[in-house]
Design a protein around this ligand. Structure first.
Ligand code: URA
Length: 247
């Protein structure tokens, strides 16, 4: 089915300005639809079929955009913030101006974050009913108490009395970390506030470094340095939409 939308809405969604700015551009004869100058910005167009140009340049239509970001520390998982740079501001190549992060990573957490404007997909990935797996890599100060793996498997009672769903803990052999740190991966099925840090805290342990490696079938691209991003591939997107998890 073809989309029908107002010309001013189309141009503003493609990042060309506010609706009032677009009205001004149209008045000045800068906007053409199918080769004809168009002054009525409220008119409907079909973005897939109609050719829109601004100052002679075609305006490409992107209904949805999907980016994989390797979130750096010191950047907040938000669309706007008065103190910190936001993850959305890192996506400099974006066409759409309505991008948002799918879920939140703490300001000091690094790693995989999906940035999109696809609300339906975001809702499915974040829905507590779907139990989408999220895997984190962490450094824990000191060593873990005996029986930690089993405790994570049965569920951990957090400081507020809530019990978490079963999680999978793997302790990694990492010689270079030194004696005072333990490297682990943890796969959880929920996304409670500060969940990973609070789960370890409940066992008397402190997380000193946290990085998300995967979310459902989406795995952080190792080639992305912190702060770097790229578009999702078609296969990655199709996997997320099918609700696949990693084998
Ligand atoms: N759990 C945390 O504690 N922090 C995050 O950023 C993500 C999961």
């Amino acid at each position: 089915m073809e989309t029908s939308m107002r010309l001013d809405k189309f141009l503003s969604q493609m990042g060309k300005g506010s609706r009032s700015q677009i009205k001004e551009m149209a008045k000045k004869g800068r906007i053409f639809v199918n080769g004809q100058a168009e002054k009525k910005t409220e008119r409907k167009i079909c973005p897939e079929r109609d050719q829109v140009t601004l100052d002679g340049c075609p305006v490409a239509y992107a209904a949805f955009e999907y980016y994989m970001l390797n979130k750096p520390q010191g950047v907040v998982s938000a669309t706007e913030d008065s103190r910190y740079q936001t993850v959305v501001e890192l996506i400099e190549g974006a066409v759409r101006k309505d991008l948002f992060p799918v879920g939140r990573l703490d300001v000091d957490t690094e790693g995989l974050l999906l940035i999109t404007n696809d609300g339906e997909l975001a809702h499915r990935l974040l829905s507590p009913k779907r139990h989408v797996d999220k895997t984190y890599y962490a450094h824990i100060l000191g060593t873990l108490p005996a029986g930690s793996k089993e405790q994570f498997e049965t569920g951990i009672v957090l400081e507020d009395g809530l019990k978490t769903m079963p999680a999978v803990l793997t302790v990694l052999p990492e010689e270079q970390l030194g004696e005072n740190l333990t490297a682990v991966t943890l796969t959880i099925q929920e996304g409670k506030f500060h969940q990973v840090k609070r789960m370890f805290q409940a066992l008397g342990c402190q997380v000193v470094y946290l990085k998300r490696l995967s979310m459902g079938s989406l795995v952080l691209d190792e080639k992305l340095k912190t702060g770097e991003y790229r578009k999702l591939t078609e296969e990655e997107l199709a996997g997320l939409k099918r609700g696949e998890s990693i084998e």
